[in-house]
Design a protein around this ligand. Structure first.
Ligand code: SAH
Length: 485
């Protein structure tokens, strides 16, 4: 059958692709249809035809999927941030669970029955809205020249005006409206990517969900340096922003580069503190629920640090990771890819000694400061790549380092590309009793678990945790244990 552009087909959507698009098949030929959902029967028009697949536009939904709901956000379709908002939350969770299970079977080579048996129920949110503790809003000019902010329409740099994203904190709207009003009143221009002119590029807002502290960082197209007033009538703007309840830190970040990277290297605090705090509680599993314990950690967060965007779910994820580590107080644990030490400090509750490894120097500094401020002394952080630091310690045969060479538990939380092969090989040589794998990409997770299995480990538990409700992104944690020899 010859497929050509502009042809129209009726197709049943069966799956969701990597970017949230619906996937349907006609005689084995895959069609990728934006805005279509599994269960939809839809009339689609081919827009781009390749050898084995094609992209198509949704023309008409002939029979809607039983999972279809009216999206709560009026711009959800243009914005593209929430790729699956039109799917009911229950169906979103089911999709994520089966996506992880399928990858473990297809890529990891695990038996489907075994995976169904060991996977615990996905951890969803009771109310999957307003969960993000961080928002980055691009600024630009509307056609009539007035400044606007909102979100880039999927894959473009066209700004869809919206100061009240339903995934973000309620405070974002007042902050952004205050800044826009100031810009209009004092003719402060938004940055224009085309000409490189204009001042305000982005506004970053962070909120400590459990402390209610707010941080605003305005990214400007200016060289930085010693001057203190970068925005015209800056003090008037500060007076207004500082009045907002919870305001803790206001800073300017300088970025004159013509790139997609949002923040430049230099940041200057112009009001309040340099950092905000968030407090994450250690939770105890109670059946499928979680209950708060009296233990918690306070994290200091600066504008540029990595911090899980969903604090509520981060507590659940880290608490699950800690329970998978099965610590009893005497264990030595490595926490690879530790960031600002979030998981390491949770592990410190149950371990004798924790060693964290992270490649970004500022994150390691934050991690050390976080340990100090919480009075935690059984954690040590090393700066460097996991695939370099770990083999280096394994190679050392010095006195008293046996625990480091043969830890009881290794926790990994790599970026999407997964663990380096050298890291996995070293883990196998170190022979920890347990490996806890926290992952934001179930395909690389499955690939890496397969390697660990071939090296003598067994997959024992797994749980998906929905950190990114309404988007296709997935977070999950797995426990591997060493087989008795
Ligand atoms: N566990 C942390 C951070 C997870 S994100 C948390 O939950 O907050 C993954 C981290 O891995 C990032 O901080 C990134 O800087 C770091 N990273 C990326 N490649 C690395 C490598 N090769 N070695 C060590 N750390 C790395």
């Amino acid at each position: 059958m010859g497929f050509e552009k502009n042809q129209i087909y009726t197709v049943t959507i069966e799956d969701i692709g990597a970017e949230g698009e619906g996937i349907g098949k006609i005689e084995g030929f895959s069609l990728f249809v934006k805005d279509a959902l599994p269960g939809d029967v839809a009339k689609v028009k081919l827009t781009k035809v390749r050898k084995n697949y094609a992209f198509a536009r949704l023309e008409e939904i002939i029979k809607p999927s039983p999972g279809r709901v009216e999206p709560c956000c009026p711009v959800s379709r243009q914005c593209g941030g929430c790729q699956i908002q039109a799917l009911s939350y229950g169906k979103q969770l089911a999709f994520k669970q089966s996506k992880v299970e399928n990858n473990l079977v297809r890529i990891g080579g695990f038996e489907p029955e075994m995976i169904r048996e060991i996977m615990e129920p996905i951890i969803g949110m009771e109310s999957p809205w307003r969960y993000r503790n961080k928002a980055q809003y691009p600024f630009g000019c509307s056609k009539d020249g007035t400044p606007v902010t909102g979100f880039y329409a999927g894959r473009t740099h066209v700004i869809i005006p919206n100061t009240d994203c339903l995934l973000g904190a309620r405070e974002n709207k007042r902050i952004l409206d205050t800044i826009l009003k100031h810009m209009r009143q004092y003719q402060v221009a938004a940055y224009d990517e085309g000409t490189g002119q204009g001042l305000v590029r982005h506004v970053l807002v962070r909120k400590g969900f459990f402390t209610e502290e707010l941080m605003v960082c305005i990214v400007v197209n200016a060289p930085g340096g010693r001057k203190r007033e970068w925005i015209p009538e800056q003090n008037r703007l500060l007076d207004r922003l500082a009045l907002l309840p919870g305001m803790t830190s206001i800073s300017i970040n300088f970025n004159t580069e013509n790139t997609n990277v949002i923040m430049g290297k230099e940041t200057c605090t112009i009001w309040g503190r340099d950092k905000i705090r968030d407090r994450l509680h250690l939770l105890q599993a109670d059946g499928d629920d979680f209950i708060k314990t009296d233990r918690s950690i306070i994290y200091e967060i600066s504008p540029r640090s990595f911090y899980q965007v969903n604090s509520t779910q981060a507590e659940r994820l880290y608490s699950t990771a800690l329970s998978y580590a099965e610590l009893t107080g005497g264990e030595t644990v490595w926490d690879l890819y530790c960031g600002i030490g979030t998981i390491s400090l949770f592990l410190s509750f149950g371990a004798k000694q924790v060693y964290g490894v992270e490649v970004i120097p500022e994150a390691i500094e934050d991690a050390r400061e976080n340990a100090r401020k919480n009075g935690i002394t059984n954690v040590k952080f090393f700066e460097g790549k996991a695939e370099e630091v770990l083999p280096e310690f394994y190679g050392r045969a010095g006195e008293g380092e046996t625990d480091m060479r043969h830890p009881d538990v290794i926790v990994v939380d790599p970026p999407r590309k997964g663990c380096d092969e050298v890291t996995l090989e070293t883990i196998l040589k170190m022979q920890p009793e347990r490996v806890v794998y926290v992952s934001c990409d179930s395909a690389t997770l499955a690939r890496d678990l397969k390697i660990l299995c071939e090296g003598g480990y067994e997959l024992k538990r797994g749980r998906v945790c929905d950190q990114f409700c309404h988007s296709v992104h997935i977070e999950c944690v797995c426990l591997m244990t060493r087989k008795e020899k």
